[in-house]
Design a binder for this molecule. Structure first.
Ligand SMILES: [Zn+2]
Ligand SMILES: [Zn+2]
Length: 177
């Protein structure tokens, strides 16, 4: 299952949200929307996501805009057991204050153009999630430690597989036939 290379990556600016309308409102106003981008995005130099979707709430707070996002992002990863590339679903659940005006007390702030950039926030969250190893399937059988075959796709006759002795007997019979 190899995919063609992504020739049409969306730039990270698709992750900018204009919040001018909320800034002109008083605190306690909020807007519910969705972040739905079905195409690959270059979130940062070191991160491409294949798609992302989920509810997004932007709330006017005294100190800026509170971002609450619960999204599922598809990211290319490699199975830690069989080393096969697969698309992994990463859950992003964040709540982050974007300061307005910019402040030294928060990592993120609303830009001078009233845009709030979700890209650095998503990058931070997704890279943390990717630190955790993932399996292509829960019961991935991995690679044979002796001959290296992908045991999901083929079997081998290496001796060191912990085979139930009764199955070994059966295997012997099958091999003879
Ligand atoms: Zn696997
Ligand atoms: Zn083997």
């Amino acid at each position: 299952m190899t995919k063609p290379p992504n020739l049409h990556l969306l730039p990270s600016r698709v992750l900018r949200v204009n919040v001018g309308f909320l800034l002109s409102e008083g605190p306690a106003h909020h807007q519910d929307s969705r972040l739905d981008i079905p195409d690959p995005i270059r979130v940062a130099d070191d991160l491409i996501i294949n798609h992302i979707s989920g509810p997004l709430r932007l709330s006017r707070a005294k100190e800026g805009i509170l971002v609450q996002l619960q999204a599922q992002a598809g990211v290319d990863d490699v199975c830690s057991r069989c080393l096969t590339p697969f698309e992994r679903t990463v859950l992003v659940e964040v709540e982050e204050l974007y300061a307005h005006p910019a402040s030294d007390f928060t990592e993120f702030s609303v830009g001078g153009d009233n845009n709030l950039d979700l890209a650095p926030l998503l990058r931070a969250e997704i890279l943390i999630a990717l630190d955790e190893k993932a399996l292509c399937y829960l019961d991935c059988r991995g690679l044979c430690s002796t001959c290296g075959v992908n045991l999901n796709e083929e079997s081998c006759t290496c001796a060191n597989h912990a085979i139930d002795p009764r199955l070994a007997k059966l295997r012997q019979l099958l091999d003879l036939s």
